[in-house]
Design a protein around this ligand. Sequence first.
Ligand code: COA
Length: 345
Amino acid sequence: MSNAANGTAPGAGPSPGDRPIRAHVTGWGRYVPSQVLTNADLEKMVDTNDEWITERTGIKTRHIAEPGAANSDLCLEAARIALDDAGVDPAELDIVIVGTLTPDMPFPATACFLQAKIGATRAYGMDLSAACSGFVYSLSVADALIRAGRGKKALVVGAEILSSVVDYTDRSTCILFGDGAGAAVLTECPEGDGVLSCHLHSDGNLWKLIYCPGGGTLHPYSPEMVEQRLRFIRMAGNETFKHAVLRMVEVSNEALTRNGVTIDDVKLFIPHQANLRIIQVVGKRLGIPEERVFVDLEKYGNTSAASIPIALAEAKAQGRFAAGDLVLVVAFGGGLTWASALMRM
Ligand code: COA
């Protein structure tokens, strides 16, 4: 079960060169809540220790949203910075997409709350559910909509309050996840730069590797559902690890091949920030030196759909890429889903 957007697989969008229009990312923003959960804090909550967490994951701290905070509040903070960076007024936006697995409510879409909060009065908004691949999927949809002439300016956000679905009595998962938001502004631009291609895949047969059973139609909210802890993330860590490595390498190579470039042409590789060991193995298999692989998970943990846009905004702030550089992003998550995007900045 596989698909691609603007790629070579069935259902692919136009090839580069077919259309005069592309989407260029003109602004980045990120926001993490101020409250920090350290490995030392987790030692007091579950049977774990800093050494184990650091060795197995690379994570030192994660940021946790205040009680009562909505996902769209985090989106708003990141979006304001991205719009400012792009010099775009919210009223100019045509499209608002939020990639998330922790929306404000089942409906309306978090994107609609964000639209109202930021004053994107003429935009249309929607959420996209692809777990940790949510941002790259959303980027791909916004890029395709701009290429298709369904708008000229898009705000794409990946945002999560994962602390709302993390079981803080389960040491195998609670050490991993954090809250945050990252945003990008996409603007119609001439052919030649911007988002070069996006590649999306999923395999629903493997849904049981990482999922959250409760809160949907199968297990609606009920006292039993809460008692059985169905509202929390469940994960088969080891199996997920193996698939993550395999698929992230595969879909990275797909983006390179599609664009006739090699990993040596990529200035910065930004993988989903789930586990340092996954990132290191993927980097090694792709043959990219460590200094061109971006890592910030020691500070934020795995923020799911927010991980890549937070990393991109941080990389930009650190001057890790400049105009004209090729940046490759690759995501992997529940679904299973995986995706890559190659961008000329
Ligand atoms: N502290 C201490 N020990 C822990 C622990 C913790 N927080 N969590 C698990 N353990 C224990 C296990 O109980 C197990 O003990 P046992 O050998 O006595 O049974 C041992 O550590 C090894 O567990 P295992 O699950 O094999 O560890 P691992 O090396 O696979 O690391 C993960 C676990 C979750 C860190 C790792 O599998 C991972 O990151 N997987 C991918 C997760 C991911 O990418 N998810 C998101 C996709 S978007």
